[in-house]
Design a protein around this ligand. Sequence first.
Ligand SMILES: Nc1ncnc2c1ncn2[C@@H]1O[C@H](COP(=O)(O)OP(=O)(O)OP(=O)(O)O)[C@@H](O)[C@H]1O
Length: 253
Amino acid sequence: MKESIPLQPILRVENLRKKYVGLDRPWLFEQVTTDVYPNDRIALIGVSGQGKSTLLRILSRLDKHDDGVLEYSGVSYEQVDPREWRTHIGYVAQQAVMIEETVDDNLRLYSSLHQKTYNEELAHLLLEKVGLSTLDLTQNAKSLSGGEKQRIALVRSLLMQPEVLLLDEITASLDQGSKKRVEELLHDWADTHQTAMIWVTHDLEQARQVSNRVWFMAQGTLLHDQGSTEFFKYPADDEVARFLNAAGEGRNI
Ligand SMILES: Nc1ncnc2c1ncn2[C@@H]1O[C@H](COP(=O)(O)OP(=O)(O)OP(=O)(O)O)[C@@H](O)[C@H]1O
């Protein structure tokens, strides 16, 4: 019989720790151990202040952990230049960061930073998908609305075709129509490219819809890492039940 080759995770973290800045407790989180495989669609949820955004920033190398293992494709983060790292692991921030140049310059930013060919055709296709096909790309990006900036930032990251996409509340400032378009685009994109996605969201309906796996942060750690259906249907403990109830997402709803 042919032996199947075990799939290597794209990202692996083991016993990740981040010091807490302040006197309340020693660690923001500790003992965070997990991995990310191609096509994983992870909803990263939990009450405010657990460090969800901080964990995403560590995974994207915009912040640094204090202890623990962080690997990309079996190689320690220490062996990979952060710029190189970010061509594989894309990150879309909660507050989209734009340079004070034209929208077009912003779209081309990562391609020029990483000396990659800018795929104009794909850029236009993606702009259409997120509902920005009529946007004047010659205008200064600072004149865009928050929701427009958010979608430009997403398109900019997708153009790099990363293997993992870290998404920090990226639909929070979007109207319902735009939000749906973005969710559909990312669903189709993940199907086509096998991109792993990690969504930080407070919108549990969205978490259910976009994910097949949940990372639940509580008690200063990644308390649960399980399939989405199971997570929402059968709360693993009182902590999860309280969280779901507080969000109006009780077991029978
Ligand atoms: N080393 C640290 N790095 C980042 N935040 C820290 C640190 N130490 C303490 N904090 C505090 O912990 C909290 C972590 O915030 P973070 O945004 O990562 O959490 P979150 O779970 O994403 O919250 P929210 O859901 O409100 O966005 C903040 O209140 C921050 O001030």
